[in-house]
Design a protein around this ligand. Sequence first.
Ligand code: HEC
Length: 106
Amino acid sequence: MMKQKIFAAAVAAPFLMTGTSVLGAAKTSVESGMEMFNDSKLGSSSNESSCNSCHAGGKGLENAGEKKKLSKLVNKCLVGQMAGEKIDGRTVAMRSLKMYIKSLSN
Ligand code: HEC
């Protein structure tokens, strides 16, 4: 039993790392936030939109930096507008995305 679990983890780990280069980024940064903002495949989005399609140059996000539930608002768009999957609010990915959004609203 134990051996099987270890084997499964060893097979899955490299795949997860290469498959999610941005989502799996180790450090929070405005740059990776910007990449995600422009990525039409963010959250495995199944349509052609990226955040930037609707919020080009920070359009509609002028006050977003002050919102307490920013992760929720981001996920609302990610799921509702982009037909993608939520990103956990505690991840480096979400923190980077929020960092970039805040940089747009200043
Ligand atoms: C198809 C267009 C569309 C896409 C794509 C889209 N949004 Fe939005 N977004 C909207 C609209 C319209 C609103 C305002 C209405 C609402 O709250 O649903 C909004 C609202 C928001 C808000 C709340 C702003 C505020 O001040 O209350 C945030 C934050 C946001 N979007 C971030 C994002 C992020 C990040 C992405 C990419 C993951 C994204 N949006 C993708 C259309 C879009």
